[in-house]
Structure formats: C-alpha cells, structure tokens
Design a protein. Structure first.
Length: 314
C-alpha cells in the first residue's frame, strides 16, 4: 500500500467567515462556499463547529476535526482497512472513505486520492562561480499561491504508540527525530522530508505547512498577509533538520499555518538521524530573539537500530 499524502483536512470553528478570509488571503484556491482545493487536489474544508456533518471534536479547543490521508488505489485502501480492524473500529462511509482514530485520539481517515502532477517555477540561482540567469530578472510575485499540503503537525502525549501505529501499521518512514521534542514521519508514497510531525506534549494542533515554489513566493505571500493585517507566528527562518524555508502565521485555526519551500526530498536510502532539538530546529532566523542569542552546539548523530523508545533517546 502507498499513502500519498494528506487528501483533506476539515476544520470546525466558531467563526468560519474569518477562517475563510484567512485562507483566501493566504492564497488557497477557493472551490465553492467554504471549500478550498489546491492544485495537487488536496482540500481544506471549513465548517462551523456545530455543523452536524462534522465528527465529534478530539481537541479541547478549535481546530481540525479530521485528517484524511490519500492512498494510491483500492487495493491499498482494502489493505489499510484489514490492518486497522485488528484492534480498532473502522467506519466506512457511502463514498468509500474509511474513518477511525489513532492511538492519541486524533480522528483520521483514508480514501483513494488521484493526486495531480504539479507544474511550477524552477528559480535560476546566480552564484559567483556559476551564474545561470542572464539578461532577465527572477520571477516577480504579487502574492503566494500554495500548490500542496506538505505536512501537518500535532502535539501528542503517547509518542511510542504513535510511532508504532504510523510506522509499523501504516508504513510511514521515520525521517529524523528531535531528541525529547518529536518525530518526523514521511508517508511511503511521498518524498518530502516529512508529511507528519508529532511533538511530545499534551494533545493539540500545531500547524499545517503549504508548499510554494521559492523563497520569493514565500516572502511575497508573507508580505501580502502582513498587509492584510494577519499576525506572524514564528516568522521567517530555515530549519536545519529538513532544510525547509518557512514563514508561520498565527491563524484562526487554533494553531499556525505555514508557507514552506525548498525542503529536502528523501527516498528509502536516507539514514534517519537524532538531533538536539535546538540545533535541528534553526539554521537561521529572520530575527534572532532572546532564546536564540547564542548559536546551538552541533548535535546530530545517526539514529540507532533498533530504535529505542522515544523517552530513552538522549
């Protein structure tokens, strides 16, 4: 079976109009009403928290009500259903989507997803030794237009159970681990550094990352959002652990929403590593804050095999 990424995320919030306006300004393509469909075919669905069509909340505050993972064919869907029925209730709906919960109570589902092939810009970088862009400017953007859902992040307290469920039951790959902070997981049918991250805390929603083509598109989107008076979250930087460029905004979702560009791409030749959380988190920041006045010490090593329990990774 192959899980090929997030197919949809449904939100239940008290003020759908504000969240719809946020996603409009963020650059998600509106389909109809309060539904957004990205160029890859993935969807963001916004509903009022009291909408009777929603599953019950699994978080104490507002946020996602369900994450649906896309699979490549009917055989993969049947294999997932057979595996998960060994120890949990799996409820199929009339459209053929499977619904269940993971070990931390996060509501998830699975359906066949025909992900579209993406087109986009390939920026030509001019270095001193190898200039590639002659007699032309880089592409100019007026705002960002995200093309895909890159990853989703939740806070969980049952980390070892989460790792066992997603790796051993659903065939996710461990990309890297941030010591005492969390685990980066890649769906077996995708190649971005991670499509799912679990941070070790009490259950909660942290953020969703949407892919854009370049730092230029990312910053044009950030400037557009600032002009629309949306508040930056973590702001601009580059993670060392995945190389991804990011810009986070506080969102009416109960968490943050991220523009992401230039992540590492991995296959099964990749050797997972364990990182000191501060060293792995930031390569550089748009603005150094009080917590980052001193650069972190180098702290990275290959992940041992067999992988010890998360609590024992020192």
């Amino acid at each position: 079976m192959a899980i090929i990424g997030v197919e949809s995320i449904t939100f239940g919030v008290s003020d759908p109009g504000t969240l719809v306006r946020f996603f409009d300004d963020f650059g998600l393509p509106r389909a109809t009403g309060t539904d957004f469909v990205l160029p890859e075919g993935s969807k963001i669905l916004v509903r009022h928290k009291d909408d009777e069509s929603l599953p019950p909340p699994f978080l104490s505050g507002e946020g996602p009500r369900e994450v649906i993972w896309g699979v490549d064919d009917d055989q993969a869907l049947a294999a997932i259903e057979l595996e998960l029925r060994k120890d949990r209730e799996v409820v199929p709906d009339d459209a053929g989507t499977l619904h269940c919960t993971d070990p931390n109570g996060i509501r998830i589902g699975f359906r066949v997803f025909h992900r579209a092939k993406l087109d986009g810009e390939t920026p030509q970088e001019n270095t001193l030794a190898h200039p590639r862009r002659w007699n032309t400017h880089r592409k100019w953007y007026d705002r960002a237009r995200p093309k895909a859902i890159q990853h989703v992040v939740f806070l969980v307290s049952k980390m070892d159970e989460a790792i066992d469920f997603y790796v051993n039951r659903l065939n996710f790959r461990i990309s890297d681990i941030a010591r005492q902070r969390g685990v980066f997981l890649r769906a077996d049918g995708r190649n971005e550094h991670h499509n799912l991250f679990f941070a070790f805390r009490e259950i909660g929603f942290h953020h969703i990352a949407f892919s854009v083509d370049s730092v230029d598109e990312l910053m044009a989107g950030a400037n557009y959002m600032q002009r629309k008076k949306w508040k930056a979250g973590t702001g601009l930087g580059r993670h060392r652990i995945s190389s991804v460029l990011y810009y986070y905004f506080s969102a009416p979702t109960g968490g943050e929403i991220e523009y992401a560009a230039d992540t590492d791409f991995l296959d099964d030749n990749w050797q997972p590593r364990i990182w000191g959380p501060r060293y792995g988190n930031q390569h550089w920041l748009g603005e150094v804050n009080e917590a980052n006045l001193e650069p972190p010490d180098v702290d990275v090593q290959l992940l041992p095999k067999p992988i010890p329990p998360f609590s024992q990774l020192r």
